[in-house]
Structures are given as C-alpha cells and as structure tokens.
Design a protein around this ligand. Structure first.
Ligand SMILES: [Zn+2]
Length: 143
C-alpha cells in the first residue's frame, strides 16, 4: 500500500483516538489491515519509480494533516500517522543501510500479508484519493 494512504488513514485514526498512545497503537495495527487488502505492487527494481514520489507526497500529506488538525487533536493525529507509517520504515532502511530495523519474524509477517499485483494501480490511486477526502472531512469536522 502507498505510504501516502497510510499517512492519511493514520490521521483519521488519530483524530478519533482519545490520546496519542492509543492513536499510535491503532495506527500501527491499521497498517497491517490496509496491507492485507489486495493492492498494487511491482518488481523491486521498478518500485523506486513510485516509492520516491509517494514518499514525497506522503511528507506533504503529513504537513497538510498537521495543519488541518485542530490544535487539541494535532498530537494524536500525528501519533496515528507515525504508528500507521512505522512498519514501512524497513523500505528506506534497507535501501540506505542495507537492513531492516525490525526482527526477521516481523519482516516475514509484513511481507506475507501483501497481495500485490501490477494491474491494481487504479485501485491503489482510488484508495489514496478516497482516504484524502475522508481525512479532509474528518479533520475539518473533528474539532
Ligand atoms: Zn507495509
């Protein structure tokens, strides 16, 4: 799943969480629920062509949800984002440092729940767009 989708879903989860710890935990669990949904994916050598723009869009999305969140909810929203994105830290860590920061059993579980196919890119983009709309509505109304 695109990290941008995890950013936006984490923001929604954080907006409904009673505190930052709960937001972080729920965001973390949500990562695996979203990754278990059949989604887009491609060969590792092609993946960077999407992962880099996705990472940059994800950073912009973090800034946008932080700005859109009510001040009283901002830390929980960002906690949800952090938890939702944390499991994918293995990708840049492997690229830059040659290894995942997580134990092997965790990486095996994370890889094992992925059901990726190249033809699902429209679904992937639609999911991200839908999550952006949901996040915009939730952050605007959950004050
Ligand atoms: Zn993942």
């Amino acid at each position: 799943m695109l990290v941008t989708t995890h950013v936006l879903s984490g923001a929604v989860i954080g907006a409904f969480a009673p505190d930052v710890e709960t937001a972080l935990a729920r965001g973390f669990v949500s990562h695996f629920a979203l990754d278990a949904i059949p989604h887009w994916g491609t060969e590792p050598d092609q993946l960077l062509r999407v992962a880099v723009p996705d990472g940059l869009i994800g950073l912009v999305a973090i800034a946008a949800v932080a700005r859109a969140a009510a001040p009283a909810r901002r830390v929980a929203v960002l906690g949800g984002v952090f938890g939702a994105c944390l499991p994918d830290v293995d990708k840049p860590a492997e690229l830059f440092f040659g290894r995942s920061p997580f134990p092997q059993w965790f990486d095996r579980f994370h890889a094992g729940i992925q059901h990726e196919r190249e033809h699902r890119w429209r679904r992937e983009v639609a999911t991200a767009a839908g999550m952006a709309v949901l996040a915009a509505v939730v952050l605007r109304t959950r004050r």
